[in-house]
Design a protein around this ligand. Structure first.
Ligand code: 2AM
Ligand code: CA
Length: 252
């Protein structure tokens, strides 16, 4: 299955790169900072079409085109974010990802995060027992503490009120990084160039990332340590085991 998914991702990326030269059709979803383009929708349709041909019984949980309400716990579910970091896609034409995860009966089996413009694919999970960076197996990052690394934060946590102790957590860390693309934060955690990430995310933003973090025995949860709901946007925290126990001390 993983070889097929990798081919679909590379094909979708070629279409996205070709579309960068065309005029985008940009719509607002929930206000002027929450965008969707024709390329997001077309890419999801392309991936859904491939999945349906490959496995007609599979369910799809995807950000676009009204497929965002699927139950994660029933059967095989493909979780798709066709373009993660749409704002970066529109304004930077880089720093965006394609993400796919495969869950079976609610258990994450495979995750794929593709940094399109850097041609960098991170993939793997419990089904393979490994995580790969392109063709090479990725080593598990060290269990570093907040004070020893960089923490990623979602845009809304930084521009909104200091509800989640982001200032205290940021001061304890060596620094804060705001990439505007959840997939890039997960890539950084898997590579060990960031050791934590806090944000407000939807299931397709975190599905692929947590499947690979799980393979590395890294930790993630909702705000007060509850499991992620896979139902709507919610607070997300994740990182090394050490960072997670430190962040948890800041919980209300
Ligand atoms: P997106 O581009 O796929 O929507 C930017 O802060 C990060 O948060 C991106 O990964 C972005 O994913 C995600 N994001 C932005 N707005 C969001 C929203 N309304 N709900 C969930 N995730 C969002
Ligand atoms: Ca998206």
């Amino acid at each position: 299955m993983e070889n097929e998914i990798i081919q679909w991702i590379y094909q979708a990326a070629e279409k996205i790169k070709a579309a960068l030269n065309d005029e985008l059709v940009i719509d607002e979803k929930n206000g002027r900072t929450d965008l969707v383009t024709n390329v997001d929708k077309e890419t999801q349709d392309f991936l859904v079409d491939k999945i349906r041909t490959y496995d007609p019984d599979a369910h799809i949980l995807g950000e676009e085109n009204g497929q965002d309400q699927t139950d994660i716990s029933n059967g095989r579910v493909f979780v798709i974010d066709p373009i993660d970091g749409t704002m970066n896609f529109v304004l930077q034409k880089e720093n965006f990802c394609i993400m796919i995860a495969v869950f079976e009966e609610g258990i994450g089996q495979l995750g794929f995060i593709y940094d399109v413009m850097r041609d960098d694919l991170f993939w793997g999970g419990p089904k393979l027992g490994k995580v790969f960076h392109n063709r090479k197996e990725l080593p598990k990052p060290a269990n570093t503490k907040l004070a020893d690394g960089l923490i990623g934060m979602g845009v809304s946590l930084v521009t909104g009120e200091n509800k989640f102790h982001t200032k205290e957590i940021g001061r304890e860390a060596m620094g804060v990084r705001i990439l505007g693309c959840a997939g890039l934060d997960f890539i950084a955690i898997l590579k060990g160039t960031q050791n934590g990430y806090i944000s407000r995310l939807s299931p397709w933003d975190y599905a692929a990332g947590i499947v690979m973090m799980q393979q590395f025995d890294m930790a993630f949860s909702g705000f007060q340590d509850q499991p992620l709901s896979f139902n709507g946007r919610e607070f997300f925290k994740g990182g090394t085991q050490a960072v997670m126990s430190e962040i948890t001390e800041y919980d209300i």
